[in-house]
Design a protein around this ligand. Structure first.
Ligand code: GLN
Length: 386
């Protein structure tokens, strides 16, 4: 038999998705793959039921249903502080996973370099490899996960084509300040580099931190490819609705890439989601309040148990320090945690470029009851100590 493609040899399956399968196998409370166990807003579900009897069952326009793009443009124009053209500046994709992949394929040639902050969401590694690009990793230093501007500039000096910016950041919960973003922006301009953002946690930010859209920084619209999705904002990770927002000449190319990758996102789901895109600003402040309550509940529980952890400024992940448990492999620890304690987590090593094995990631996008069950089980975590 002929060999399979070389480009797939250098990465494994997703550890995040693998941990979900392991959690299910042991009946663990799955705090690994980040998705809610509570319902999406009722209005979306009601509209979804109606849509099933309406005429939305064939392909929508490949770059997104008109109705969806208009509602999205209206919402994002308000948030990003510039008028987004629904016809020329948006591509609707199958989740932000496709958005990021399409963005990479749009800007990168084989051999191009792409800056990725470490720790990073594991898809970016695979995205760069699949598009033939080569990552340059720049560390974010705990506890605040700040970068060193000199190290960042050294990466820019290697003539990268793009930088990937996940803000708020998965898995470390960093929300980049305006000043930090300005440093990145100045370097992107000085070295003429694109910035591809992943802003799926844009509405999950804890006071006093604030989300700044990178594209809204002075002169950054022209070189920013903003990717996001509806998954986290409306608790519909299974709907696979994401999008790219960028200037028309970039979107023209992204439309082609997207068209040949997937043709389009599900038409009935786009139509149902318009209801959410038209929510007023109070919806987003209630969402932030809800997640603030969950974060406080979960972190308080971890403190009571006595495990050291990060303090997320945004997104819904927390990294636990498992140094004191005496494991060499964080994957081994996570498997034991699922099996013996009954809680699913993701080994931190799948997010770090550096050799980090003492952190595990848990998420708290769950009903308070589920979080309490998980905390109750975690109170037994010290039995894993070697
Ligand atoms: N972004 C979520 C996480 O990091 C879900 C990842 C996924 O499986 N698409 O867990």
């Amino acid at each position: 038999m002929p060999a399979l493609s070389k480009r797939t040899e250098t990465f494994t399956d997703s550890v995040i998705r693998r941990m979900t399968r392991i959690s299910n196998q042991y009946g663990a409370v799955n705090l690994s793959q980040g998705f809610p166990d509570f319902e999406p807003p009722r209005e979306l579900l009601k509209r979804l039921a109606e849509v099933s009897n309406e005429d939305f069952h064939q392909y929508s326009i490949t770059w997104g249903a008109q109705n969806f793009r208009e509602a999205l443009a209206e919402k994002q124009s308000r948030l990003m502080g510039r008028r987004i053209d629904p016809n020329a500046e948006i591509v609707v994709t199958c989740g932000s996973t496709e958005a990021m992949m399409a963005a990479m394929m749009t800007v990168a040639n084989p051999g191009d370099k792409v800056i990725v902050f470490s720790p990073f969401y594991e898809n970016y590694g695979a995205d760069t490899i699949l598009s033939g690009a080569e990552p340059i990793y720049v560390p974010l230093y705990p506890p605040e996960f700040n970068f060193d501007p000199n190290e960042l500039e050294a990466a820019f000096r290697q003539k990268p084509k793009a930088l990937i910016l996940c803000n708020p950041s998965n898995p470390c919960g960093k929300v980049f300040t305006y000043d930090e973003l300005k440093i990145i922006a100045d370097l992107a301009e000085k070295y003429d580099v694109f910035v591809i953002t992943d802003e799926v946690y844009e509405h999950i930010v804890y006071a006093p931190h604030k989300h700044t859209y990178f594209a809204s920084l002075p002169n950054m619209w022209e070189r920013t490819i903003s990717c996001s999705s509806l998954s986290k904002t409306y608790s519909v990770t299974g709907w696979r609705l994401g999008y790219i927002i960028a200037p028309p000449h970039i979107i023209d190319v992204a439309k082609k890439v997207h068209d040949f990758l997937t043709v389009g996102a599900a038409a009935p789901l786009q139509e149902a989601a318009v209801t959410g895109l038209r929510f007023g600003d109070d919806y987003y402040s209630r969402l932030a309040d809800k997640y603030t309550e969950k974060r406080d509940l979960f972190l308080r529980g971890l403190d009571d148990i006595g495990i050291a952890h990060t303090n997320p400024q945004g997104a819904y992940y927390v990294l636990l320090d498992i140094s004191e448990f005496g494991y060499e492999s964080d994957l081994d620890f996570c498997e034991k945690l699922a099996e013996k304690v009954g809680v699913g987590a993701v080994p931190g090593s799948s997010f770090f470029r550096e050799n980090v094995n003492h952190l595990i990631r848990l998420h708290f996008a769950k009903k308070n009851d589920t979080l309490n069950v998980a905390l109750n089980r975690l109170s037994d975590i010290y039995k894993l100590k070697k």
